[in-house]
Design a protein around this ligand. Structure first.
Ligand SMILES: Cc1ncc(COP(=O)(O)O)c(C=O)c1O
Length: 382
């Protein structure tokens, strides 16, 4: 795959290595949004069917990305919304607990905490190992902790701070053994790293749209498998009931929900601006192919990984990390504030999370961006 910078409009001189913070949007996505705004100039063509057709298309397209049927996909405004719908519908038998890892992003953490309060039970946290190569040990600890008392496991495929890749195939097998719900926050991976919800038997996969899906802020997508089809949604959108396309008869107050995960769509599902934007960006990702994106950033990272290895950094084994979100523990003598200032001076944009430096490239990045990062790092006492 070749560099795709020409499809974006990032300023010429910046080195933006921060997609894990927020992606830029492509020109085509921006244009789709502008057309979306213009649609409301004249509401006449916005007939009731239009409220449903485009979101159906978006669900089908996202389904191709994660190997799911459109019927099991819902439109969400944020990961926190999608995670609350998932976790609040996990049943709790006496003595059961929820399981997560340390430094879980707050969107999932608070949903899990809410569940534990409601059921007056505990959340078990598998702590991050205090070593550079965390993946093998952390993964093993998670596997050991899952048992018949585990109601759900909440994880990201790639940890947002540490860049650790959790072994979802092994974790899923363990969950299957005990009927444990496997709930994945895909915000930091879906779109840049392959995932197959059917093969992995994932129960719920929740994704914000503004990072690796390259979409707008305030719209995301969620997959819920059949175990959630009778659940209770966190709001009561009229649009989620059967036959809601029949605007003339809404006060028949249809009790039944639309099929599959339809009950979990956010109210005013058919956002006429965001829907065509997210659709456009996912179509482009499918055209590029997720594996190709991952390979592109892998190649880009090679000189950086060599540089870090030469500086004495222990780089995580490939199995336990990804290439679109790399994370390195900063040595104690380095002040993250000073380092970020130094980056800024060189027009380099990346994040520090906790005490880790997070590098998250995409297809708009070039070798020059990585060389600039190496240049600044080589001037530090690392
Ligand atoms: C792992 C993870 N989940 C979710 C989010 C965003 O959550 P929300 O969509 O609830 O704002 C982020 C943002 O950084 C994240 O890193």
């Amino acid at each position: 795959m070749k560099n795709q910078k020409h499809l974006f409009q990032l300023p010429e001189n910046v080195h933006f290595l921060n997609c894990a913070y927020m992606s830029p949007i492509m020109k085509s996505v921006e244009e789709a949004g502008i057309e979306g705004i213009q649609r409301k100039r004249n509401p006449i063509p916005l007939v009731p069917a239009k409220f449903f057709d485009e979101i159906e298309q978006l669900k089908q397209t996202f389904g191709l990305l994660i190997q799911a049927e459109a019927k099991q996909i819902a439109i969400i405004p944020s990961a926190s919304y999608g995670l609350e719908n998932a976790i609040s519908n996990v049943p709790c038998q006496r003595g059961q607990h929820g399981l997560l890892v340390s430094d879980t992003f707050p969107s999932g953490y608070f949903a899990a905490k809410n569940w534990s309060k409601k059921h007056q039970t505990e959340i078990i946290t598998i702590e991050v190992p205090n070593q550079a190569k965390k993946g093998a040990f952390w993964n093993e600890k998670i596997l050991q902790a899952i048992n018949e008392q585990t109601a759900f496991v909440l994880l990201s495929h790639i940890h947002w701070m540490y860049g650790t890749q959790f072994q979802l195939d092994e974790i899923s097998k363990r969950c299957q053994e005990f009927g444990t719900y496997l709930i994945i926050d895909g915000t930091q991976s879906v779109g840049a790293l392959e995932i197959d919800v059917k093969a992995l038997q994932i129960d719920a996969l929740i994704c914000s749209g503004y990072k690796w899906l390259l979409g707008p802020y305030s719209m995301g997508l969620a997959y819920y498998n059949e175990r959630f089809n009778q659940g209770i949604p966190i709001e009561n959108s009229w649009m989620n009931r059967l036959n809601s396309v029949d605007f003339a008869h809404l006060t028949n107050y249809e009790e039944n929900y639309s099929a599959g995960a339809g009950r979990y769509n956010v109210g005013q599902t058919s956002n006429f601006i965001h829907t065509p934007m997210l659709l456009k960006s996912i179509e482009q990702i499918l055209e590029w192919k997720v594996d190709e994106i991952q390979n592109y950033v892998k190649k880009l990272n090679e000189p950086l990984l060599d540089f870090l290895a030469n500086q004495g950094f222990e780089v995580e084994d490939e199995k336990y990390r990804a290439n679109h979100l790399l994370s390195f523990q900063l040595p104690q003598q380095i002040s993250s504030e000073n380092l970020l200032n130094e980056f800024k001076k060189h027009q380099l944009y990346l994040s520090v999370r906790g005490t880790s430096l997070r590098i998250s490239p995409h297809v708009y990045n070039t070798e020059d961006d990585i060389q600039q990062l190496i240049h600044v790092l080589s001037q530090q006492e690392i």
